[in-house]
Write a protein that binds this ligand. Structure first.
Ligand code: 5GP
Length: 194
């Protein structure tokens, strides 16, 4: 998505360890107009997939997910991140290792909001090694929910998450695909083909 690539180029900064910082429009301050454009793009791409629910993870997946939910006319459920292991009888829970924070979080979703009648679109802000998406896959499996697709705002194509999703056979749409962050420059996948 050209609009998103332009914003990443203009406002993204590159940190050590292949981390792209996008705090000014996605991860801290949020650009509502851009989020709406992203959400609409997901909604249009997955309009015919029979989706009745969007699943994301707090915090940064919520904004684009809500706009996609608005356009598709479906609710948005976000996985909650808990550090403590309290007894959670009514929750589906899985452990997810965070690439950027280098710690594990429990992600929980209430059984009240996900079940075997659901056909979900998973949306997240970044796809790196695929841990967050794998955690949501596992929660959907526990709930008996089917997964119609995965929508990612920024995919780091040089990490293994993309291949993980492709191997699962679940359709994936990434709005920006970063091929490399080498030399402090963002290069997108399409550019490497030119
Ligand atoms: P994964 O689980 O695919 O390894 O990583 C996805 C999660 O890690 C995202 O939800 C995001 O919070 C975080 N993440 C991974 N790589 C980056 C990055 O380069 N920049 C930012 N801002 N977050 C990232």
């Amino acid at each position: 998505m050209k609009l998103l690539e332009d914003v990443i180029r203009e406002k993204g900064t590159i940190l050590e360890g292949g981390v792209l910082k996008v705090d000014s429009f996605l991860n801290h301050q949020i650009d509502p107009e851009l989020m709406k454009a992203l959400g609409d793009e997901f909604a249009d791409a997955f309009a015919d997939y029979g989706i009745n629910k969007i699943l994301t993870v707090e915090t940064s997946g919520i904004a684009p997910a809500v706009f996609a939910g608005l356009k598709l006319g479906v609710p948005v459920v976000f996985g909650r991140k808990n550090k403590s292991l309290t007894l959670q009888d009514n929750m589906y829970t899985t452990s997810v290792y965070s690439y950027t924070k280098q710690t594990s979080n429990e992600i929980s979703i209430s059984k009240d909001f996900l079940n075997s009648d659901d056909r979900v679109l998973i949306i997240d802000d970044f796809l790196a090694n695929g841990q967050a998406v794998a955690g949501l896959f596992s929660i959907c499996k526990s709930a008996g929910a089917s997964i119609a697709g995965v929508g990612i705002v920024i995919e780091k194509s040089f990490q293994k998450g993309r291949r993980f999703v492709e191997e699962s056979g679940i359709p994936i749409l990434s709005l920006a695909r970063v091929a490399s962050l080498d030399d402090r420059t963002v290069t997108f996948v399409d550019e490497t083909k030119e």
